[in-house]
Structure formats: C-alpha cells, structure tokens
Design a protein around this ligand. Structure first.
Ligand SMILES: NC(=O)c1ccc[n+]([C@@H]2O[C@H](COP(=O)([O-])OP(=O)(O)OC[C@H]3O[C@@H](n4cnc5c(N)ncnc54)[C@H](O)[C@@H]3O)[C@@H](O)[C@H]2O)c1
Ligand SMILES: O=P(O)(O)OC[C@H]1O[C@H](O[C@H]2[C@H](O)[C@@H](O)[C@@H](O)O[C@@H]2CO)[C@H](O)[C@@H](O)[C@@H]1O
Ligand SMILES: [Mn+2]
Length: 442
C-alpha cells in the first residue's frame, strides 16, 4: 500500500491530538509517510505539535513530522489536506453565541446568526487553504470539516467549483454511533442508511441491517421517549451535560415527523425559544469548551512535551473521527465506501434546487463522491430546507459582493430570527465585532 503524506490545517486545534492518535491507530489501513501541521497561530500550534511529536515518535518513529506556519513548506508534496480551522478561534465563537442572545435570539456556533457570522469569517480562510493546496500540491485532495460546513461548502461550490475538496461533518456519525448503541449493534457500520438534508439540518428516512431488516421501529420506540440519550457511562467517551441535553431534546424534534430520525441541530430551528430560555448569556458553550476541552487538551500537551513521554496521558483517541480515514482510504484506494457527504444536489433530491449543497449518502472512490438519489422529499422538509439554503446562499453572495443588503436578507430569512428589525440590529453588532475578519460591507 502506498504511504501518504498529509497536512493538518488548523494544527493548533483541540481535535488535532485525538485525530493524530486515531491516524496512528489505523496505520495498517492507511499507511502514512509524513504528517505536517499548518496553522496561522504559531504559538498555539507549537503547544499541540510538541506533544504530537512525542506521541508520533513513540508509536511510529518512521513517520516524518513537521509543524510550520509557512504555506509552501506545509502544502508541498502532500496527498491530503485535513482541514479543521476556526477563523477567530474561541474568542470569536464566544461572540457568535453571546451577541444573538443579547437580542433574544439563539446563540449557536453553526446555526442562526452565530453560524452566519462564523461563515463570513471562515469562507476566506478555507478558500486560502484551497489555493495553497492547488499551488503546491495540485493533485492533492482536501477533506474539509471546518465549520460552518454548510456555508463553507456553498462557498467552495460557488467560488472554487473545480477544487478537489470534500466537505464532511461528524454529527451524523456521532448520531449513528448512538443509534447503534440503542439498537445493540456492535458498530454503526452494521446499518445501511438513507438520509437527506443540509449540513446540521437533515433526516434519516430508512435504517436497515445488512440483511435488509428494518431497524426503524426499534429506534422509534426509544427516540419517542428518550431522543438519542443512552447510558453514556457505558459509551466509553466523555460526553458533556450540554450534549446529553441535546440528545434528549431530540424527542421533541422527532415528534414533528415521527416517520424520520432527525439531526440534533434541528432543535435550534423548531424550538428556538426553549434554547434561548435555557441559555446562560454570561456562560455559553464556548466558555464550556474553553474551560473543558481546551484546558484539558492543552494541559496534557504541555505535560507530554515537558516529560517527553505520553505515558499516563488522558488524551483520548478520537474514535469517531475514524470516518476521516474511511474517506481518505476511499479516495486513495478506490474503496467505493458509502458515506454521508455535503455535495451539490444535482438531482440527488429530485424535487430540490440542483445547485444546493445537500448532505446525502454518496459512494466514494478515487474520482470523488457519487451521490445516491434520495427521491422526492415531503413538503415540510422541503420548505424548511428551501428557507435555510436561501440563507446559506445569501451569506456566500454577501461575502463575495461585500453586500450589507444580502447579509441583512440572510439574517431576516433565518428561521431563528423573529423579524427584519432584530436582524438589522444584530447585523450591526456582528459587523462591529467582526471588523478584523469580514470583508467591508456596503
Ligand atoms: N464538521 C464537523 O462536524 C466538525 C466537528 C468538530 C469540529 N469541527 C470544526 O473543526 C474546527 C476546529 O475546532 P476546534 O474547536 O478544535 O477549534 P480550535 O480553535 O481549537 O482550532 C482551530 C485552529 O485553526 C487555526 N486557524 C484559524 N484560522 C486559520 C487560518 N486562516 N489558517 C490556518 N489556521 C487557522 C487556529 O489558530 C486554531 O489553532 C472548527 O471549525 C470546528 O467547527 C467540525
Ligand atoms: O461544542 P463542541 O465544540 O463540543 O462541538 C461542536 C461540534 O459538534 C458536532 O460534533 C461533535 C459530535 O457530534 C459530538 O457527538 C461529540 O462527539 O463531539 C463532536 C465535536 O465536539 C458537530 O458536528 C460539529 O460540526 C461541531 O463543531
Ligand atoms: Mn458538524
């Protein structure tokens, strides 16, 4: 098997050590020659890189390792870019969440005004990574999970239509892991699913085992009362209380259409007021993540680098991120794996905008993804998706044209925003907070 060279863009991410440990755990399936880290924050990246260097040396000393802030060094001679950047880091995520709450609107990193603000920051950052890849390794593929994936994917479709970039999200994978637990299966890979939607905005319509048996009745029986909540102590991975509450809230989302299984993020569109009431405007998910995951990961990285050993480390392999290996293998070895990806619709959802970026099952091989047709979708989901895809497209147009008007329209159209006046007040506050990152809007 060919050994691959990869660059992780956003080397300083809190997810990087877990992904490195996951890659090292899968070397038999996806051999690696070289790993490079690239970030535009050298200090943050070095903290993670100094620990990962130790881990790689212990587990696979034959792998070359380099951390750099120089695009040419990072993007030369690579086969894959694994991209997870957060433009503006947690300081800006905190503003994305808190500014909407000041206006009585959902404060969430990828949904509603927070997602729109984050999108306006991410588009430029992700397009720049694509340009580096195309300049220094034109045959490489980018596996992109930088958020907000829906807006980023639309930007890549519109502004880099020929780029070899695959946009993917781990939420369906996480949910399928929970479904597998509920169904008492050994792995989510025992399920064959049908699914359609937008990123963080979709529904499973059919779930079967490999023999073709319908697993939906058993799932429905659990989800109607408990959502996707399970006994998390048995799941092996730590799950924060706010995520447990999200998994439980699924039962209310499910009630809207008991024939399908929903993505967790739909709660922000169906029950925005519940989310606003529950939120603490002084302490949002960004604060939780900074005090939790970020402190833990950076604390452990410092300890490993100083001790020059990972012995006793509490960093966890990011098991559910193994979809990244599946995706890279599908491209590298033409495995024809069936995976949910965010791709241009082109008729996969028959009665929906062919130019929308939708999340559907695809067969992935060395030529990229082939979307599987999901047929016609019902009026309820179609109407919701049309509104949301309108928001996403308007954001990308606003970014490209520097249009205040289109961004105001996008915010007004979002189901999470009550009216155009609130949308305008929000927009003005978001412009003020994002001066360093957004294009100038006229
Ligand atoms: N698609 C998914 O389902 C999924 C799942 C988990 C995380 N994510 C995304 O992964 C990303 C990382 O998340 P995190 O919580 O670890 O964030 P983080 O802030 O810890 O890491 C992001 C890194 O990106 C770097 N960065 C920012 N702008 C950059 C640029 N223009 N060029 C190069 N590097 C840049 C930052 O310096 C930082 O080190 C986020 O976009 C997050 O939303 C996506
Ligand atoms: O609030 P965060 O930073 O913890 O998570 C935001 C991300 O949430 C999703 O990914 C989750 C995953 O679905 C969950 O089960 C858990 O295992 O962790 C992941 C990362 O926290 C979502 O798909 C991402 O787009 C979000 O960035
Ligand atoms: Mn996601």
């Amino acid at each position: 098997m060919k050994k691959h060279s990869i660059v992780i863009a956003g080397g300083g991410s809190t997810f990087t050590p877990g992904i490195i440990m996951m890659l090292l755990d899968n070397l038999d399936k996806f051999p690696i020659k070289e790993i490079k880290f690239y970030d535009n924050d050298e200090e943050r990246q070095n903290t993670v890189a100094d620990a990962c260097r130790v881990i790689i040396k212990e587990k696979a000393p034959e792998i070359k390792f380099l951390a750099t802030v120089d695009p040419e060094e990072a993007f030369s001679n690579i086969d894959f870019v694994m991209a997870h950047i957060r433009v503006g880091k947690y300081a800006m995520r905190e503003k994305d969440e808190k500014i909407p709450l000041e206006h009585g609107v959902v404060g969430q990193e990828t949904c509603g005004p927070g997602g729109i603000a984050y999108g306006m920051r991410s588009i430029g950052g992700v397009l720049e990574l694509i340009e580096h890849m195309e300049t220094f390794s034109p045959n490489a593929w980018m596996l992109n999970y930088s958020n907000p994936a829906a807006i980023v994917a639309e930007a890549t479709r519109r502004l880099k239509p020929n780029a070899k970039v695959l946009n993917i999200c781990d939420m369906p994978i996480s949910i399928e892991n929970l479904m597998a637990s509920i169904l008492e299966l050994n792995s989510r890979k025992e399920m064959i699913v049908k699914y359609y939607g937008l990123n963080h905005f979709g529904w499973w319509t059919d779930i079967r085992d490999r023999e073709g048996n319908d697993l939906m009745p058993k799932l429905k029986n659990h989800v109607k009362d408990k959502g996707y909540a399970i006994e998390f102590s048995e799941s092996g991975q730590h799950v924060d209380d706010s995520w447990k509450s999200t998994f439980t809230k699924v039962k209310d989302v499910y009630a809207l259409d008991p024939e399908t299984m929903p993505n967790t993020y739909l709660k922000y569109y169906f029950y925005p007021q519940d989310e606003v009431e529950k939120a603490n405007a002084e302490y949002t998910r960004a604060n939780e993540v900074m005090d939790g995951r970020e402190k833990h990961v950076f604390g452990e990285c410092n300890r490993i680098a100083q001790a020059n050993t990972s012995e006793g480390s509490t960093l966890e392999i990011d098991e559910h991120a193994s979809y990244i290996v599946d995706l890279a293998r599908a491209i590298a070895y033409n495995t024809q794996e069936r995976m949910l990806l965010i791709v241009e619709n082109n008729g996969a959802i028959e009665n929906f905008d062919p130019t929308a970026m939708v999340e559907v099952p695809c067969i992935v091989g060395s030529q990229g993804p082939e979307p599987l047709t999901q047929g016609q979708i019902p009026r309820f989901q179609k109407s919701l998706m049309e509104q949301q895809v309108g928001v996403e497209k308007l954001v990308v147009e606003a970014w490209e044209e520097g249009s205040y008007q289109k961004l105001w329209q996008a915010l007004t159209l979002s189901k999470t925003v009550p009216n155009a006046r609130v949308a305008k007040e929000l927009l003005d506050d978001l412009i003020e907070a994002n001066q360093e990152y957004w294009p100038t809007l006229k």
